[in-house]
Write a protein that binds this ligand. Structure first.
Ligand SMILES: Cc1ncc(COP(=O)(O)O)c(C=O)c1O
Length: 426
């Protein structure tokens, strides 16, 4: 009874008058507000206001969600996360952590990168790490601190829509660099640096979203050499670090000790979307600028979330979880690839990715992408429209299909729907 009253009160349906009783709240007359004055106060926006990307839109009930960027609950270390929250509530619930993050979590991020560092290169130290509330905000921070409004930033094309969004929000001038299943074209990258005078390049060397690309060591060396030659930064987004399937991630930051690579590693996809914690690693004055920006923006990250993240990734069972996750992602990926081959041969995965959470599939040039996406949604299959991943004009018709969402058993049916919609559009 008390719980029901609390819920109704929270919904604004009840009001309590102390000493008198609890009453149904009187319904107020609703009139349309006039916000017209804001048009004059705000003026025209100084950058394009992007619409909500498909990946953030909820799927209709019962639909097969092939559009989401976050893994399904069955792929998360649920038991570890729940136990970690219980422990963190006891130790961290009333404490304000240091602005750069809990020292032990910073040490963990540094040790992870150190484990990939070849001999001869000075590894990062915990003092180079800043804990941030998710890597999405970290992208805005880095673009703002290291590039700045109106200045050029090179980006792979296609690339993560959230990076395109963060760049638009900060007002940096994006210069696309063509990228495919093997990563960016190093000659095009060199030319783009020369022509634009850019001092930064945003990229995802391990299992890029959306292409799934994993850079070879030779490409990583070439890119590090290019950024060195141009006195520039590589902004490395290693969001898919924990999602290797048939290969391991290869952090490029491990190959640099001169402060050229600024590295972001998120835990919110692999630990839990409720534990929105990421590590940002930068050396030299760049780190000072980044820390100043994060302090102005969010001051510090909740110590409870940091303690939970640290607790989960330092349990022996975390490694067991990651090994199982590899198998789960492999069978989901293979099932989706086989389902498309059988039922939607016109949706051609550009490659079978060695890691990550999604396929990047090309559709015939003649199809109307918006219509395909709309018709698939009406038939209960939500796909990510590829044009959201291009910082400039799309170079083809693509869809991004996640194999990490709920209900993988429905992949064959989902592919059948995509095949039928494409057959009607062809
Ligand atoms: C490539 C990439 N980078 C960064 C992010 C942001 O992740 P988070 O803010 O949860 O750390 C995402 C999320 O979809 C992503 O796909």
């Amino acid at each position: 009874m008390q719980k029901a009253l609390r819920i109704l009160a929270a919904q604004g349906l009840l009001e309590s008058r102390p000493g008198v009783g609890t009453f149904v709240r009187a319904v107020r007359a609703v009139r349309a507000n006039d916000f017209g004055w804001q048009t004059a106060a705000l003026g025209a926006p100084n950058h394009r206001i992007p619409h909500l990307p498909a990946a953030l839109q909820p799927a209709p009930h019962d639909a097969l969600a092939l559009h989401s960027g976050y893994p399904d609950r069955e792929l998360l270390p649920e038991r570890l996360v729940r136990a970690a929250f219980t422990r963190a509530a006891r130790t961290e619930a009333l404490i304000r952590p240091p602005t750069a993050g809990l020292p032990d979590l910073r040490s963990w991020f540094a040790a992870e990168l150190e484990s990939a560092t070849p001999t001869g290169i000075t590894p990062v130290s915990p003092g180079d790490v800043v804990i941030i509330p998710g890597s999405q905000g970290g992208l805005s921070t880095v673009f703002r601190s290291l590039v700045g409004a109106g200045r050029p930033l090179l980006m792979e094309s296609p690339t993560y829509w959230g990076a395109i969004l963060a760049a638009a929000q900060v007002g940096v001038h994006v210069i696309p660099v063509p990228s495919g299943s093997g990563g960016p074209d190093p000659d095009a990258l060199s030319r783009a640096f020369e022509q634009s005078g850019a001092r930064a390049f945003y990229a995802q060397p391990s299992f890029a979203s959306p292409t799934g690309a994993l850079w070879t060591r030779a490409l990583a060396d070439q890119v590090v050499e290019t950024v060195r030659r141009h006195g520039a930064f590589l902004i490395e987004d290693d969001v898919a670090h924990d999602f290797g399937i048939t290969a391991d991630p290869r952090p490029v930051a491990a190959l640099d000790d001169a402060g050229h690579v600024v590295y972001l590693r998120s835990l919110s996809k692999s630990v839990s979307p409720a534990v929105r914690v990421a590590g940002l690693i930068a050396r030299g004055p760049a780190r000072k600028r980044i820390l100043a920006d994060t302090q102005a923006d969010s001051m510090y990250v909740s110590g409870v979330l940091q303690a939970v993240a640290l607790d989960v990734v330092t349990q022996p069972a975390w490694r067991t979880h990651l090994r199982r996750l590899r198998q789960q992602l492999k069978s989901r990926r293979d099932l989706l690839v086989a389902s498309l081959r059988e039922h939607a041969p016109d949706a051609r995965p550009h490659t079978v990715p060695q890691g990550g959470l999604n396929l990047w599939a090309r559709l015939p040039d003649a199809v109307d992408l918006e219509r395909v996406v709309r018709e698939c949604t009406s038939a209960g299959v939500v796909v990510g429209p590829g044009n959201e991943w291009f910082p400039a004009e799309p170079t083809g018709q693509f869809v991004r299909l996640s194999y990490a969402g709920p209900n993988p058993g429905a992949f064959p049916d989902g592919a059948r729907v995509i095949g039928q919609v494409l057959a009607r559009s062809g």
